[in-house]
Every structure is written in structure tokens, then in C-alpha cells.
Design a protein around this ligand. Sequence first.
Ligand SMILES: NC(=O)c1ccc[n+]([C@@H]2O[C@H](COP(=O)([O-])OP(=O)(O)OC[C@H]3O[C@@H](n4cnc5c(N)ncnc54)[C@H](OP(=O)(O)O)[C@@H]3O)[C@@H](O)[C@H]2O)c1
Length: 421
Amino acid sequence: MLISSDGASEWWGYKPVDKTPRSVSSCSSRESEQGRFTSPTSSSRESSMASLRSALQGLGASRRCSARPWFLTRIRANTFRAFSTNLSPPSRAFVYEQHGPPDQVLRMIDLPPVEVKENDVCVKMLAAPINPSDINTIEGVYPARPQLPAIGGREGVGEVHAVGSAVKSLSVGDRVIPSPPSFGTWQTYVVKEESVWHKVNKNVPIEYAATVTVNPLTALRMMEDFVKLNPGDAIVQNGSSSMVGQCIIQLARIQGVQSINIIRERPGSEELREKLKKLGANEVFTENQLEVKNLKSLLDNIQEPVLGFNCVGGNSASLVLKFLRQGGTMVTYGGMAKKPITVSTSSFIFKDLSLRGFWLQKWMSAEKTQDCRVMIDHLLSLVQRREIKYEMELVPFCNFDTALNKALGKLGSQPKQVLTF
Ligand SMILES: NC(=O)c1ccc[n+]([C@@H]2O[C@H](COP(=O)([O-])OP(=O)(O)OC[C@H]3O[C@@H](n4cnc5c(N)ncnc54)[C@H](OP(=O)(O)O)[C@@H]3O)[C@@H](O)[C@H]2O)c1
């Protein structure tokens, strides 16, 4: 059942930024697929229409039927298909028109059908994660940002629903991911050019196909690109419970590289230690356990690490540096604690440490698209062979607010939130 959202502030737990009614749905995704949309009240219709129009202008500009009256945009998807075969179904999306806290600026909107042009592929989304970079993009603090208004999300997986007349490589029913990731996956139907989509094996669980690029590929590249690791070498990382961290543990295990893992002290840290050990972690320490003078005394039969990964910053990054051996390298790829990295003078003079950074987006330049897809297939084959796994929670799209609150850390430490459609 769909309800108009006079009670939106109650549903979302905050006051909406504008008075535009937001439609919220129960968990019947079937109903939303069938196009049972809310009807804005007449007083709100104009502002709703204005914001929808402006949203559409930013979401592919002329590709969207921006001039269509709201009542036409809200009729059933299959009615449209009866008129024309080159329109997508309407799409339900989480859109932001300004940067700010995601739980305040995002709102659900029903978008009208768009034309599926000759080189386009219309994909019915199946799953899409909420990654820290999605949150930072909406906050406006991520360097790569789409033009506003924009639909949230960047990676995901879907099934081809319709193809344009010139599309050769994909057919209806194929399972695809946007590769490289592409803005706007938090919506039920996405229309983008054929070249955006990469076909993946249908035997891979959707949550893995939806999440394979941003985090596992980052882990893979960082293990390859900075220091040549040999079996018996060791690495150290913080944020080890993150999806990237879990992948690093397993990629290290596959290469015969030992891993020292730092997690933060929080409820469930003992259970987490056991989980990470089952993935292949050699050592797991909470930050508090590392408040000792001689870190090396904590290591049994593990070499001093040659390479470290930091996605936290602050004291946690200092701990990574302390573990590193003479001439070691620390790669920073995230800043979850939002605290700067402090490096002691002696780290440079006496240990000659190197500090590097990694940003997948920069690495994934246009020329790397094909390489990137080969690596994604490799990672998905590791998933299929159960050599890589990571924790995720699947959440129906209609429960977006809960998933978002969890991803924002408002409900304590949580597994990666993956929206299902
Ligand atoms: N540079 C790149 O190209 C690139 C690519 C991918 C990801 N990243 C970055 O990598 C990091 C991990 O991403 P992910 O998607 O793998 O993470 P994730 O699965 O969403 O997990 C979040 C991680 O952050 C930790 N965390 C959350 N708030 C924290 C805080 N205030 N202080 C310390 N730790 C905190 C969590 O620890 P608990 O388990 O204890 O809650 C958990 O380990 C993010 O910073 C992300 O932006 C960067």
C-alpha cells in the first residue's frame, strides 16, 4: 500500500526540507512496480511538479519527458507499454536537489517514463548498496559529484528490461552492472547507453554483483599497486570490518600474505574478531589493545608488515604506521573517523616510511574500462568459488530510511546495507 506522506517527518524521523509531500510505500515492491503511485494534493501539486521537472532536467535533461503532466506520469507502466515500446516504465527514485545530510535532503520521487533510444538499455534494478562515498557525494564533500538534482547511488545490479534498436551486446533478461559505476542506481528503472553496462553471470548472488566494484576492486588494486607482496609477507590495516577490509583479509589469504587487522573498540568487537579470523585474518586487535609500548611483542610468527592500509585516520592511522617495518608504505583510502593523520618525525627519519593514497575513481580512467571488467569477472569468480565473501544486510527499497540510518551509523555498527528492489 502506498500512502501520501503528511506523516513523512514521523516516517523519516526528521523534518522534511520542504513541504512537498513525499510518497512512502509499504514493503510491497510488487505494487510499486505496477505503478500505484500517490496523488499529490492539489495544493502541493504545483510545487511537486516544479521539483519533479527540475529533477528531470538534471537527470538526463531532454531524455526525460519533463513536460508531461503529473497525472500522465503516474499511470500504470503497462499502459505506457501498450502505447509505445520505446519508453521505459516509470521509475521510483531517491533524489536530492541540494547537498546536505542524506537523511534530510533525500526524498522519494516518482519519475515518468523516459525514451529508450536506439543505443540505450533499460535496466530494472535488483540491488544497490549504500556506500560511504554515496553518503559523502550527497553531503557534497566528495570530489566527484553529479549535477543537481541527482539520484543517489552509484553501483548496483539489474536485469535488462528493454533494449534500443541498435543494441547488439545485451538482450532482455541479461544481468548487468554499470561498469565503471555510474550515478543514479537508487531507482527502480535505469536507462543508460549500452556501453555503460557490463553483463555478469546470473549465478552470482545479486548482492555480490551489486557491490563488486567499489570495494572489492579497491582491495584488489591496493594489494597489487604499491608493494610487490610475496607469500609470507605481512600487511596491516585498520577499518578491517569494512567491506574493503574483509576483502583485503581474503585476498591476502589467497596470496599467502599474512594480515594484521585493527578494529575499533565497540559492542560486538569480540564476535567481530572471530568473524574476521574465519575469513583468514592472522591477527585482530582492537585499538585499545594496541596501547602498548612494544607492538612487535604482540606478533607471533608474523613478519613486520611491509604495507599498511588506512581508511580511518586519527589514532588508528598512527597504529598502522607503528606496525610498519623500516621502509614500509601506508596507503590511505578513506577517512571514516574524520580525523587527520599525524606522522611522527621519527617515522620519516628512522623508519623512512612512505605515505601514499588511492582513489579508485582516478584509477578507473576511461581506458581502463576493459581491464576493470576483467578484474570484476575475476572477483565474481572468486565469489562463486566462495573464496571471497563479506557481510551484507539486504533491505527492501521501501525500507530505504532504515537502511540509510544504518549506513549513517545512527544505529551502531551495521553490515553493509544493500537495497533490493
Ligand atoms: N579511495 C577509494 O577509492 C575507496 C574505494 C572504496 C571505499 N573507500 C573508503 O573505504 C572506507 C570503507 O568503505 P566500505 O564501503 O568498505 O565500508 P563499510 O563496509 O560501509 O564499513 C564502514 C567501516 O567504517 C568503520 N567506521 C564507521 N564509522 C567510523 C568511525 N567514526 N571511526 C572509525 N571507523 C568507523 C566501520 O567500523 P565498525 O565495523 O566498527 O562500525 C566499518 O569498518 C570508506 O572510507 C570508503 O569511503 C575508498
